[in-house]
Design a protein around this ligand. Sequence first.
Ligand code: AMP
Length: 281
Amino acid sequence: MKVINKINDIRKYVDSLRKRGKTIGLVPTLGALHEGHLSLVRRAREDNDAVVVSIFVNPIQFGPAEDLKKYPRPFRQDRKLCEKEGVDIIFHPSVSRMYPGKDSTGVNVEGLTDKLCGRSRPGHFRGVCTVVSKLFNIVKPHAAYFGQKDYQQFLVIRKMTDDLNFHVKLRLCPIVREKDGLALSSRNKRLSIKERQEALCLNRALKEARRLIKVGKVSGAGLIISRMKRMINSQPGARIDYINICNPETLEDVKIIKGKALAALAVFIGKTRLIDNDVIS
Ligand code: AMP
């Protein structure tokens, strides 16, 4: 496995792979890898001749009040995990290599980014789209892998890819959870033992939404959202950022559930903001 820091070096490497007819799968990450990330790596490994994992804590996707400095950077551990999974290249550039001088060009997807996480994290998706489009241009992957955990992010990147004609297939991979249902996230490490227990309310609320929809007795999204809110609010350390039931393509709120619906939520458990979702039909 190679660790490459310089943009020109990775360009040379991927160009030589492409010349030899090899397919390249890209898994973009912020590092602090866990089984959720590794599930994407495994899928990329199955589909491609070579796998590139990018590890880059992208400063421009963090808001001023967010945790950029505190974001974990356990590079040696990440490197071991990648090696074990048969990753070919870790692309691990510095901030100054990715953003030399003043950051002035950004990629902005409109509409989809006004909703859900976009509403509470202004500028976040601009940062994500900018770095992912840079990664697509640098790594020139045949396919790129994203987790459903960040469902809105996937939709936004898909829109960007279509609109800007990036020649790359996008793959959405299922959410990996702990045995008790908590979606894996590098932020889970910040939870105290008590908060870790309280954090289960996110998945419990989603399960309740699924149950109500499946039973077919409740089709009004408002009623389901109130039930979910009640479940979350019963946890003293929980504060709801949003709970939405919406169209899984447009992210527009739905009032009456027909066909597929996305139930998505963001909840602060203490100071830690967690997200989760489920696509229910
Ligand atoms: P991050 O490092 O948080 O930017 O995540 C990198 C990629 O891993 C994103 O596509 C995430 O959606 C995906 N990911 C993070 N957590 C999970 C999870 N629990 N299950 C599946 N994919 C995940």
